[in-house]
Design a protein around this ligand. Structure first.
Ligand code: ADE
Length: 226
């Protein structure tokens, strides 16, 4: 799988994808992540990628030319799914992240400024993705969130010790609580059942705890599963 990120801040993307699991996934050639500086594609001699909105109003709008040319050049002969990061998109969920793993090539355009020329949505964008109902200063953090959520789902990326089995949001449940040594930390004890060695009882306890935590913190997930 390959991600190409079109951004005016490639230096924001690079350090994050060259650490930890994203780095390991790239070292294993399971994914390739490349950041492209949008300003390298502009025909403007001042490397401008935005302009004032027709009709007036505050702020700037991202222009068509650099983005159209960047997508064309980066895509080349490959088929690529083009994602725009923006608050108007569908919210990223675990299900949507899983769906994105089906694409071999994803181009992510990091939105900025007051807006993006609508013709970019009309002609280039296959899917707009939001990472939540709040407004960020730009699309770089959302792009990183999308790549992280998708990459860890690619088979082979996570080791056995970080398995994808029984994760939060699978079956619309939060994860059960976890404990590690010591069994007694300053008088705060680990639940007895976890020390009992009875696998069946542990499993039942975890299921019940996951349900209780979901009811308490995210009852909306239970509604969604019906
Ligand atoms: N750009 C600005 N805010 C955003 C959000 N919440 N999700 C995705 N892209 C954005």
């Amino acid at each position: 799988m390959r991600f190409d990120v079109i951004t005016i801040f490639p230096n924001v993307i690079e350090p994050m994808v060259n650490e930890s699991i994203l780095k390991r996934a790239q070292d294993k050639k399971l994914v390739k992540i490349q950041a492209h500086d949008l300003r390298d594609y502009t025909e403007d001699k001042h490397r401008k990628v935005d302009d004032r909105p027709f009709g007036g109003g505050p702020g700037m709008v991202m222009c068509c030319q650099p983005i159209f040319d960047a997508v064309k050049k980066i895509r080349g002969r490959r088929k690529a799914h083009v994602v725009m990061t923006c608050p108007r998109g569908k919210t990223l969920t675990q299900k949507r992240a899983k769906r994105l793993t089906k694409h071999k090539n994803i181009i992510i355009i990091c939105g900025h400024y007051e807006g993006i020329d609508e013709r970019i949505y009309d002609e280039l964008v296959d899917e707009s993705v939001s990472i939540g109902d709040y407004v960020l200063t730009g699309g770089e953090i959302p792009a990183l969130v999308i790549m992280d959520a998708v990459t860890r789902l690619i088979p082979g990326v996570l080791g056995k010790e970080e398995s994808l089995d029984s994760e939060s949001f699978d079956q619309n449940r939060l994860d059960f609580p976890q404990y590690t040594r010591p069994a007694d930390f300053r008088g705060k004890k680990v639940p007895d059942v976890l020390l009992s060695g009875h696998h069946k009882e542990v499993e039942q306890w975890r299921k019940a705890q996951a349900l209780a935590l979901t009811k308490k913190h995210r009852p909306d997930l239970l509604k969604d599963s019906k």
